[in-house]
Design a protein. Sequence first.
Length: 442
Amino acid sequence: MRNNATLLKFIIPSLIGILMFLYPLNIDGETTIPVAFLANLLNESLGYDTIVLIVVIIINISALLTLIFSWIYRPKNAFLANLFTVNPMWVILRTVGAVFSVMAIMTVGPEAINSDVTGGMLLNDLLPTLFAVFLFAGLLLPLLLNYGLLEFVGSIFAKVMRPLFTLPGRSTVDNLASWVGDGTIGVLLTSKQYEEGFYSEREAAVIATTFSVVSITFSIVILDLIGLMNYFAAFYITIIVSGLVAAFIMPRIPPLSLIKDNYYTDGQDVDETIPKGYNPFTWGYKKAMDRAETADGFTDYLKDGTKTVGDMWFSVLPIVMAIGTLGTMIAEYTPLFTWLGAPFVPVLELMGIPEAVAASESLFIGFTDMFLPAILIEGVSSDITRFIIGALSITQLIYLSEVGGVILGSKVPVGLGKLLIIFLLRTVITLPIITVIAHIIF
């Protein structure tokens, strides 16, 4: 009796979780996943103006409660204390995010802050999507986390993930959620697992900064922007190949290799050794059944999901608004990234990349926003140059206006300095691979 009931408790939630986070849908010719589809449906139903207003309210409530609870009064409630009692840097960033959000929605203050390529873009285009994604992802994540799926997958893939990427087998689900779905969903899943003690600091940092690739949908948007839609298959294969090479190298070099294998809480059952008498499948099945048997009921499930949603709304949205706006301001209103790219013109010419000067100007600007390299390069006449910069903008992976901001706002232990170094290293690793493949294709 125990086996039948527990088996259903393992299978049904896990299958629903797989369907919601990993099953690709084709809607009106665009590939997406159910969680992202529900997020878009919510935004369209309520209207983006309404969602934007809700986002501004959330960001300002976050800033106000953070100021009160961090500097005036510490709440007795553990969840509120953990959410709103932060160090001075985060207090400042949440406050800056609140100020920027008000300036952007009311179109007041300097244009550099509220324009449609800086704060206005963040507030009107990105944050409504993050708001809705966090809502559905947060409520549905326990389906993947709490009913045995990760234990089952972890045992089967441990012998692949550990030697290749220095990661536990259970990270396969995080990585698939990022690749098939969206990088922000992968970061959310990773952060939750880290907080619960299933990943060490190093493992959480590696997963969040190595596999949080933008979705297929965003890749299509980039290709359409640079006018190379007829190269989609070659383009995405290039991203996969260069991304996997980077995923193999990055965990083995600083700064990721220097992060300690310490745990946010006492490590859970993270030992992946398979006992005698079991194979990866049977041991994974046993661990999944054990996990499902002790899993929470529906009330606790809702409580857990609601806490996750609240954590992402009040912690991450203000940080994305603050850091994303500051980053895009630097990109749009200063020549910093042009200066940074100038010394690399001879290197790009040596690699046989046409119009190297234009390419160099877009080389590092992707750290602030993923779309900026494609926007800068779309007017270049060389197909191969547009192809290389478009693919590079995705494999660089870390950009402050979304994934980078979400990482900084989460519990994943990676600061801004490390993110910048990781971005630069990924550029150095993936650019030659992309260039070689591009020369073969063209």
